[in-house]
Design a binder for this molecule. Sequence first.
Ligand code: SF4
Length: 325
Amino acid sequence: MYPFAYTKPADTAAALAAGARGGRYIAGGTTLVDLMRETVERPGTLVDISGLPLDDVRDTARGLRIGALARMADVAAHPQVRSAYPVLVQSLELAASAQLRNMATIGGNILQRTRCTYFRDVSAACNKRRPGSGCAALDGYNRSHAILGASDACVATHPSDLTVALAALDAKVRLLGPDGEREVALTEFLLQPGNTPEREHDLRPGELITAVEIPPHPKPLRSGYLKVRDRQSYEFALTSVAVVLHLTGGVIRRARVAAGGVGTVPWRLNAVERRLTGERPSQRLWEQAAEVAAEGARPLRHNAFKAELLKRTVERQLRTVGGTR
Ligand code: SF4
């Protein structure tokens, strides 16, 4: 570790002022402290926002609002979340470990950084950690890396399970900064690497995530999250799929499907959604929809298996959530 300053503001205004002076926000610290220990990140000042009143979970006219400082475990246990959004609960409960879920916050989960081993090895070339230095993963061992949304500069996946469920729920991120409040769709908030992989999100200097909002969905709503990984616990996804379906009269009126473990950001499977909408559930439909799940995939040397695994994960989770007749 190296020397750094620490401050714990008494209120949101003081936190924003400290953030505007260049301070780095910290709450649960489950990602940032690790990265500081490994000297991947070296913030000069930590602004501890864990005491701010941003941990509520409640219904509003705009939908379900989840405070950015709500802990993962608390959100997964919340009665409103459990009754309305199984996909959210499952994505939270399949992530990390129980100890980490007790510490980690919703805002921090969205902002967590990639698990690319070269990113965390300060001796390796990494455009995300040191822009312009190259990407060791391109010619290195890239089994866990992205097949969708990658660039020549970076092929790292976004590691979060929660954001995959949030993408399928059309969630929005509420932000507060020196210029006031604003709202961004989660799928636009997290950025694909392009030529600037060091820019991972649309967070402006000094801004805080205050909440995520899930807009009202038509009822009845079926949903679920499936995570495929090398071992059954405390492991990141090779592929994962969040499915959200609205059916009436035996017909799929609306479908939302997102994938994790395969993209540089949580990846909405628009072609799958189009294939499902207006159709009646059947095993044949699930297979046909899954067939287009990996459209546009560009596998690397060690991860071509992910395209087929993604299709199978989609098919299985559509069957689980949608059933068959
Ligand atoms: Fe760095 Fe991205 Fe390459 Fe990993 S994939 S080494 S994070 S540039």
